[in-house]
Design a protein around this ligand. Structure first.
Ligand code: CAA
Length: 257
């Protein structure tokens, strides 16, 4: 594992996965996401593990999908690679998964946190779907899960302006479970994971499935729709301009084609 670290026994019955590309603010490249999928699959199989915590570091949970890796891609490349198929496996994890978020949780980072079952955030956490600023849109659940969590008006504003939401507002609008001081965010998540791990693992799995079922049929359809539109963005000049501008550290000039 190059880009994540796994501790299968961080606490009794609790495993911890740390995203580990700190220089790139844990940007989620294809390899990191495959490693994460494989680790979750393995921990799902291990009998002594009952709950799983995913975290980043104090500065960033994850700043999104890796823009540098996507910048030169066409819509057909995106369709062929179908990078978000990996994310489907992650959301199928049977054991409860808790995100411990500090710093940036943007784009795919926000989407990864929302794919988890609960979110504990540090007071420095910032949530956002800023893809619009680089000429694309959320592609891994942002338009669906954010809207369900915080409602249409707030979600629309975040998705269309790319503006970030603070941890305090995220708690107020129901995106996360709670906010704690920065030095406690991981501890609090591990504590919550330990509480859940003391319950019947069978009941926890079934209860998780049932809560998710509350919106799963619609979610499948919504995710599929969002993903196709995300890949379609790569047929536009604005996507090329937006992502190149990010890589070249300049302001993009969008033309609407
Ligand atoms: N992909 C690739 N590299 C990234 C990255 C990303 N998403 N986010 C940050 N980085 C890299 C930067 O390029 C920089 O690398 P260099 O040192 O080699 O230049 C390094 O991480 C540190 O970042 P900054 O210097 O930009 O740090 P900052 O504190 O000035 O800004 C930030 C932090 C506001 C998070 C800024 O990095 C940023 O805007 N990142 C991009 C956020 C974004 O647009 N995310 C959405 C990606 S698309 C997506 O996720 C699609 C989807 O639906 C899955």
């Amino acid at each position: 594992m190059d880009f994540i670290q796994v501790d299968p026994q961080a606490r009794q019955h609790v495993a911890l996965i740390q995203l580990n590309r700190p220089k790139e603010l844990n940007a989620l490249n294809l390899q990191l996401m495959s490693e994460l999928r494989d680790a979750l699959r393995q921990l799902d199989e291990e009998e002594h593990v009952r709950t799983i915590v995913i975290t980043g570091n104090e500065r960033a949970f994850a700043a999104g999908a890796d823009i540098k890796q996507m910048a030169g891609k066409t819509a057909i490349d995106m369709l062929n690679v179908d990078q978000f198929a990996t994310w489907d496996q992650i959301r199928k994890t049977k054991k409860p998964v808790i995100a411990a978020v500090s710093g940036f949780a943007l784009g795919g980072g926000c989407e990864l946190a929302m794919t988890c079952d609960m979110i504990i955030a540090s007071e420095t956490a910032l949530f956002g779907q800023p893809e619009i600023k680089i000429g694309v849109m959320p592609g891994a659940g942002g338009t669906q899960r954010l809207t369900k969590a915080i409602g249409k008006a707030k979600a629309m504003e975040m998705v269309l302006t790319g503006k970030f939401m603070t941890a305090a507002d995220a708690e107020k609008h129901g995106l996360i479970n709670r906010v704690v001081p920065v030095e406690l965010f991981l501890e609090e998540a591990l504590e919550l994971a330990t509480q859940v791990a003391q319950m019947s693992p069978v009941a926890a799995r079934l209860a998780k499935e049932a809560v998710n079922r509350a919106f799963e049929t619609q979610l499948d359809e919504g995710l599929h729709f969002e993903r196709k539109n995300f890949y379609l963005c790569f047929a536009s000049e604005d996507q090329t301009e937006g992502m190149n501008a990010f890589v070249e550290k300049r302001k993009p000039a969008f033309k609407g084609r």
